[in-house]
Design a protein around this ligand. Structure first.
Ligand SMILES: [Zn+2]
Length: 115
């Protein structure tokens, strides 16, 4: 779980906020609008769609009362061919991976190796 600054270039000059996301950037736990001090913590994490949106790790990691949620189901850590580590999660037969291949195609070799 990290704070990410959105860097999407919205043509209508929608201001980008700063978001507390899980490492796979699939769920949003809290939001901080640019220029305001208030952090809004969501009661239930919100699923986000990354298509067309860009995020970079925010230089400032704000403190919140939130703790890393316990993952459901089975969790595997795999090392990719370039040495990056990914988290593969299986919940009731439904697989997910934090790599970009899974994010774009909905499948990846890390899941194939484990399933
Ligand atoms: Zn993967």
């Amino acid at each position: 779980m990290k704070w990410f600054a959105e860097t999407t270039d919205y043509k209508d000059s929608t201001p980008n906020g700063v978001y507390l996301l899980d490492d796979g950037k699939s769920k949003m736990y809290a939001f901080k609008a640019k220029g305001t001090g208030a952090i809004k913590v969501f009661k239930n994490p919100i699923r986000i769609d990354l298509r067309g949106r860009k995020f970079a790790v925010n230089p400032v990691q704000f403190k919140t009362e939130l703790t890393e949620p316990e993952p459901e189901g089975r969790v595997f850590t795999v090392t990719g061919s370039k040495g990056d580590q990914y988290t593969v999660n299986e919940v009731r037969g439904s697989w997910s991976c934090t790599c970009s291949g899974f994010r774009f195609r909905g499948e990846c070799k890390h899941i194939k190796e484990l399933s």
